[in-house]
Design a protein around this ligand. Sequence first.
Ligand SMILES: *Cc1c(COP(=O)(O)O)cnc(C)c1O
Length: 383
Amino acid sequence: MSEHSFATRAIHSGQRPDPTTGAIIPPIYQASTHVQDGIGGFRDGYEYNRAGNPTRSSLEVQLAALEGGVNALSFASGLAAEDALLRGILKPGDHVVLGNDVYGGTYRLLTKVLAPWGVETSTVELSELDDVRAAIRPSTRIVWVETPSNPLLKIVDIAAVVEVAHAAGAVVVVDNTFASPALQQPLALGADLVVHSTTKYLGGHSDVLGGAVVFGDDRFYEQIKFQQFAVGAVSAPLDAWLTTRGIKTLAVRVRQHGENAQAIAEWAAARPEFAQVFYPGLASHPGHEIAARQMSGFGGMLSLALAAGPAAARAFAESTRLFQLAESLGGVESLIGYPSDMTHASVRGTALEVPENVVRLSVGIEDVSDLIADLEQAVAGIR
Ligand SMILES: *Cc1c(COP(=O)(O)O)cnc(C)c1O
């Protein structure tokens, strides 16, 4: 399938009609184990489903094809994928460099779960390459990149960070959740591994949790697969199937998310109620040029700083109607969030704190004039 373009791969990779009945969509293999033809006679390699399940395998083939990887593993959540990746690669005493506005759950995992195990972490402004160089120690094993970042949509030059990290012998992991492989392919820019919360754009319909690790080469597959098998945070067959179904429409969804977000960003940039619009598709965004180079579109996420301050931001987040107040992102329906007290509550008082006048929008694929009308009425209410 790799000879086909992205939208085609999203639909066909890992998808074979059922060989028995010809059903165009393979069945959901809702089973915990597989019968053996004699002891050790595994059919197609399947035995107990913590080790492997055909529905999960289909999704893994699809995920690897989308990111241009050699392999992928599918997990019960994005953080389960991150945990397996980190434990699979790191040992006590190792050091990880993180962006200073990394996803709060990643920060929590490293500083609250893996720190007691002996892993050390530094946060750094990843767009300042000298700062990245200075943060790297002899024990640095991983440089962890998220671009666009959450919730301020900062852009990091992936290829530039890869060069710095590789020169120091560190591995580069990119959390590609915000862009999705439809817009950005970190492995092609030199990254070693990609992680996803497939809960977001890949699943795309706010109906399933999931996560993935995608491998640029064979170095880490066995050890991370072992973590998955030994711990068991695998995706359930129905969850894997829902994610596969979501991915088939990824290319068209992401195109519409981006069009809608661009229109909303331009609308907001012209309004005095917003002190700042964080969207890489605006030419005024400091990362616009890098984003235009390393992404094929600017995505559906944007954040707004309310000029009138934190109380106005809270009121705004509570007065939209189509934009529903909820955590998460990347679904077809538009969401609004107040990061300081929602997605980023766990990083209050840390280096990752988010300005209190910021709201975050996950722009859905509803008609954009309805979305802008909703934001209009919400702005009118807080004036
Ligand atoms: C949601 C998210 C995660 C965590 O994924 P879960 O599926 O919620 O465990 C990791 N990184 C980013 C950027 C996310 O948005």
